[in-house]
Design a protein around this ligand. Structure first.
Ligand code: LLP
Length: 441
């Protein structure tokens, strides 16, 4: 399982640092992210605090776009909003030319709010409600990726009512194993996603006859945190066969949505090789003469964010526990997928101090509230700070207020300065929208 690291020993702290050029350790200032001392961020805004780097976000977008362009491909990037839906991040990607991939009306409205044109939005997801579809169609969204025959009928009815034709792609389930964690694999026949390949030709032909529907192409998305290009090659080969088959049957196919899923290195291993990925795309679908789209999330934002936390105390008994002020309600991934995240002390002295194994946990009353087991870390006094790395994707978006813990603050670093982009939720705000009914008894 790609998300569950300890197949090998944990990477050393120096190796974690070396693999992340945006992070540097300074003798005085301690750990810096894009040249900003994390101590300064914590002094100003407290912890736990999400810290995002605009330089890293831009660099990752440009690296992906550049690798695709270098392979001679024209691919329009629709950022997968679910990975991190902060308006500041959506706005930053819009400025670089990205569209959006959304899975709810809320995400659609966020993308719009950030200035992304409705026509530059693709709406994915296995269960879009009539209300969501109606609002997005009225607003003039660019494309709906349809996941079932039932949904196609719903869309046709809404498009007729609204009086606006809708461009749809059929999401084909290619039945390919993406080799990732079972909870985030989506392209197997067993998964709830997509339309079985054998049903696509019939449904595509039917779509072409439905009022209000303009079938434009095929979409595939086989999962997330994929580290090898091989499953992509298989899925794209099947998608290409489908496009050729549909055309031979007289259908018009002008779009192929390649999905997302590009994996990142959570330890000191490299993430997906962009050039290898681009070459697979070129080889399998480069000559189809279709507009190519992509829906990457994690690759663009994962390494561009960290969760800054403070040590509440070290509990020493039979086992050593480092208890942080961040918890599973903030960063859910370790509890949910046994995900491995690097943890670095922010102080340079602590970074160099002798280390011993510790379990790093949060204060939430569940044993699942654990960030790391047996991790080599220095002794840390109350108030010492740590950075939980690569938390930019599926971090803040999956957080909750469980245990009545207010949502963490968030900061964006840009050009050597840091800006508060979400203030820490106040305790009062936790119940701000709760109402008390007149009680019967
Ligand atoms: N397109 C579709 C249709 C998707 O379902 C997803 C992710 C993406 C694009 C973006 O995939 P990415 O490039 O980010 O891998 N919460 C999990 C990940 C769930 C991914 C869900 N779908 C995690 O923390 O690992």
């Amino acid at each position: 399982m790609a998300l569950v690291q300890p197949l090998t020993a944990d990477p050393d702290l120096d190796d974690l640092l070396a693999a992340r050029p945006a992070l540097t350790m300074h003798a005085q200032d301690g750990l810096c992210f894009e040249d900003v001392p994390l101590h300064a961020v914590a002094d100003t805004h407290g912890t736990p605090c999400w810290v995002y780097g605009a330089g890293t976000l831009r660099a990752r977008y440009r690296a992906l776009a550049g690798a695709l362009a270098e392979a001679g491909l024209n691919v329009h990037i629709h950022y997968a909003v679910k990975a991190n839906d902060h308006l500041a991040i959506l706005g930053l990607f819009r400025a670089l030319g990205a569209g959006a991939d959304v899975v709810s009306l809320g995400e659609f409205m966020r993308a719009r709010k950030a200035g992304i044109a409705a026509s530059d939005v693709v709406f994915s997801g296995v269960g879009k409600s009539t209300q969501e579809l109606g609002a997005a169609i009225v607003a003039g969204l660019g494309q709906i990726n349809v996941e079932s025959a039932e949904e196609l009928e719903m869309i046709s009815a809404i498009a007729l009512r609204v009086g606006r034709p809708v461009r749809v792609a059929l999401r084909m389930n290619p039945d390919v194993d993406a080799g990732t964690h079972e909870k985030i694999t989506t392209g197997l026949a067993d998964n709830k996603f997509g339309i079985p390949a054998q049903d696509v030709p019939r449904l595509y032909a039917h779509a072409a006859t439905l009022p209000g529907i303009q079938p434009v192409g095929i979409a595939v998305h086989i999962g997330s945190q994929i580290l090898s290009p091989a499953p992509y090659a298989k899925a794209y080969a099947k998608a290409a066969d489908m496009v050729r088959w549909l055309r031979a049957a007289g259908q018009t196919v002008s779009v192929l949505d390649l999905g997302g899923g590009l994996g990142i290195g959570y330890g000191d291993e490299p993430g997906m090789s962009l050039s290898a990925f681009a070459n697979v795309v070129k080889k399998e679908v480069g000559d189809l003469g279709v507009q190519l789209l992509m829906e990457p999330g994690r690759y663009l934002v994962g390494p561009a964010g960290l969760l800054l936390a403070s040590v509440i105390l070290e509990k020493r008994g039979q086992k050593r526990f480092v208890v942080l002020d961040a918890a599973m309600n903030d960063l859910m991934r370790p509890a949910m997928y046994d995900a491995w995240h690097g943890i670095l002390p922010v102080s340079a002295t602590q970074f160099r101090a002798p280390r011993a194994p510790a379990d790093v946990v949060g204060p939430v009353c569940e044993s699942a509230d654990s960030f790391a087991t047996g991790r080599d870390l220095p002794a840390m006094k109350p108030g010492a700070r740590v950075a939980l790395l690569d938390a930019g994707a599926y971090g803040a978006v999956m957080s909750s207020t469980y245990n009545a813990r207010p949502r963490a603050a968030a900061v964006l670093i840009d050009g050597g300065k840091f800006h508060l982009i979400t203030p820490r939720q106040t305790i009062d705000n936790l119940w701000a929208d709760e109402m008390l009914p007149p009680l019967a008894g």
